[in-house]
Design a binder for this molecule. Structure first.
Ligand code: SF4
Length: 310
């Protein structure tokens, strides 16, 4: 199949292959800029999950990491979901196994379980509700006040939700290796250079970093906020891929990454060449075993239904 494409540029090749395969390309806000630009839809986990559930395409090429492609496969079981690099995983998602969650549930048999979407399909299958950073607060607020809540795997998002909702959560000590790289000193240093800047931090950041932020927002919320703000400078405490999307949304402001080191190596594994190979060879197909998919779907349906805060 590739022979006829030898003289074509990557973007043209991808466009043709997309049409042949009846495919749609979904990209997370942390993807490299060139991939965000070629995607049919770019967004945060919640927006991408909704898109995956609604699309009429036959094939979804997921430019993100494994848990996102698994989520798309669970929400759209009749579609073929491709992850262009099979090693694009998420270390945070791998910080809790289904077995560990089951034993935590045994210690708290009356608790409801909320898992962050950054989790494996097996962990979602053991959870009552799933959430993203866009709607975690609303989701926890909607739960009965007399029930204990286990929140996995991200302790930092969990603490943010506990603070916003006033609920005590049973937390798992997971974290995002990319967000915890951002330090208090990074924020303070950037504030010296840009004293008028608005600091936007993702809830996956450490508590001292969040303590220095003006706004705690998911990536989708950052895009909305910066798009409507009249501020001229923003210090952005999340994965640096979002800067590309922020500049597209508001080209009059300057967006300063809190740390140039906040780069998720897994998100950056997706390349144009790998997207071409994915579409040519229909790989890597992400399939979730039915017994897990059916159970995980219940938690995910609840996530997709809860509206995020703007
Ligand atoms: S940024 Fe963090 S949470 Fe997101 S995929 Fe990378 S490691 Fe996982």
């Amino acid at each position: 199949m590739s022979g006829g494409f030898l003289n074509q540029r990557p973007l043209e090749k991808i466009e043709k292959l997309k049409q042949q395969r009846k495919a749609v390309i979904l990209a997370h806000n942390y993807q490299p800029g060139e991939i965000q630009d070629l995607a049919d839809f770019c967004g945060d986990s919640l927006a991408l999950s909704r898109k995956a559930a609604q699309t009429e395409a036959e094939v979804i090429v997921f430019c993100g990491v494994l848990f996102m492609a698994e989520t798309a496969a669970i929400l759209s079981p009749e579609k073929t979901v491709l992850l262009p690099d099979k090693y694009a995983g998420c270390p945070m998602a791998d910080m809790i196994t289904a077995e560990q969650l089951v034993s935590l549930k045994q210690k708290h048999p009356d608790a409801l379980v909320v898992c962050y979407v950054n989790s494996t399909a097996e962990v979602k299958a053991e959870s009552d509700y799933c959430c993203t950073s866009s709607n975690a607060v609303e989701l926890v607020e909607s739960l009965p006040k007399d029930r204990q809540i286990i929140f996995v795997p991200d302790q930092h998002l969990g603490r943010f939700v506990a603070e916003r909702t006033g609920r005590e959560l049973i937390l798992w000590p997971g974290y995002c290796i990319t967000h915890v790289i951002i330090s208090e000193e990074d924020i303070k240093g950037a504030k010296v250079k840009y004293p008028d800047a608005v600091v936007m931090a993702h809830p996956e950041c450490s508590e001292p970093v969040k303590g220095l932020a003006n706004q705690l927002l998911s990536t989708g919320q950052m895009l909305n906020f910066a798009g409507e703000s009249f501020a001229k400078h923003f210090i952005v405490a999340t994965e640096t891929g979002i800067i590309h999307a922020l500049k597209k949304r508001n080209n009059e402001a300057e967006f300063i990454p809190a740390s140039e080191k906040a780069v998720c190596p897994n998100m950056k594994k997706i390349t144009l060449d790998k997207i071409i190979i994915a579409l040519e060879e229909m790989k890597y197909k992400i399939e979730v075993p039915e017994e897990i998919s059916v159970k995980a779907r219940k938690a995910l349906d609840r996530m997709v239904e809860v509206l995020p805060a703007r």
